[in-house]
Design a protein around this ligand. Sequence first.
Ligand code: PA5
Length: 431
Amino acid sequence: MSLKVNFDYIPEHCMVDFEENALRVKSIDKMIQLKTGKGNDFLGWVDYPVNYNKEEVERIIAKAESFKKNYEILVVCGIGGSYLGARAAIEALNGLLPHNKKGMEVLYLGNTLDPNYTHDILEYIKDKKFAVCVISKSGTTTETSVSFRILKEMLETKIGKEGAKDAIVAVTDKENGALRKLANDEGYETFELPRDIGGRFSVITPVGLFPIACAGININELIEGLKQAREDFSSNDIFQNQCYQYALVRNYLHNIGYKIEMFSSYEMRFRMLAEWWKQLFDESEGKDGKAVFTTAATFTTDLHSLGQFIQEGTKVLYETILHIEEPEYDVEVPFDKDDLDGLNYLAGKKLSYINKKAYEGTLEAHSETGGVPNITITLDKMNTFNLGYLFYFFMKACAMSAYLLGVNPFNQPGVEVYKKNMFHLLGKPGF
Ligand code: PA5
């Protein structure tokens, strides 16, 4: 495994002094390890890669096998932390086209109130064999509950109550909440969303594991990657721990005025990974009028839309680039005897080679010419193990980063405000 974080493309005057902050990092690490900081009852993810319920993972694999045999499509019904991680993993590993040879086609509902999108999904699945995985910690999230009610009714009408019982899996709290009660009453197979792990840290639990397994991905490999990262990022020494280095650098950039972090990559497959990453940092840190706002771009595509701003616009952003050395697949540029497009200088070259040159040229343009601080995170390749490793890297960095900022990384009080207003306008009893 090789994950390398590089800070060489950060201008000297924007680079934090590790030595000066070594003790601060040590003391926050202690808070994380001993669970003494704000939000300390949501640190279950730290040791989950070794403490997880092995019997439950066996059950997840068995149920996913049975789903793969009996149904074409899995509809994942969840929102925010209850779906982004699974989708990020499935797209990063299987690609963007829904059909893949490895497992079920996975679609997503419950993440929106958009009637057009919901209609389109329902139309698409109505005559196909589909199963549903409903995921909600609280069991009361409006988007998820409304969509699940629709899906449940559709399934029961199509294959009867007994059939629906086989085709529905619920991931929720082990005892509490409306979804737990419904699942118990209906007799659905359930998996546990641990109480001490918040939504945006839950991709490593059944929330992520079950849909990922249905997509034909080996979840034991993902867990191995998580485990390895837990070990590799356990040091409290800032000079040894790259994930704490990343947290410290982003905190310093925030303090000197860089209030936007752009996650960039050169592969379309990582667009949802960027969405997951955005939620992780924004929901964890955006409190008390503080924090870096995260955004994302896919290059080279977005160089043709956002590139101008990055290069020459307001100096408010820095970039964190996920660079994968070897793509899973490659494509060669053919020779053309007429060469009317003038591309024969690239004939025989692979797209990965051209993409890499674009990466190198852009890195230099943005950092050296444009003065935009660039952090690079390089992986040799993207595979299931490395993705688990990367998930853990970001989660631990996020905890450190939020504590450096002085906020509770594990709550999200601001999210409730829109819900209360919406419930009031909808006439929900009690609002
Ligand atoms: O990370 C979070 O806490 C949120 O994104 C929640 O996961 C999201 O709001 C869904 O909540 P629930 O799982 O209770 O339906």
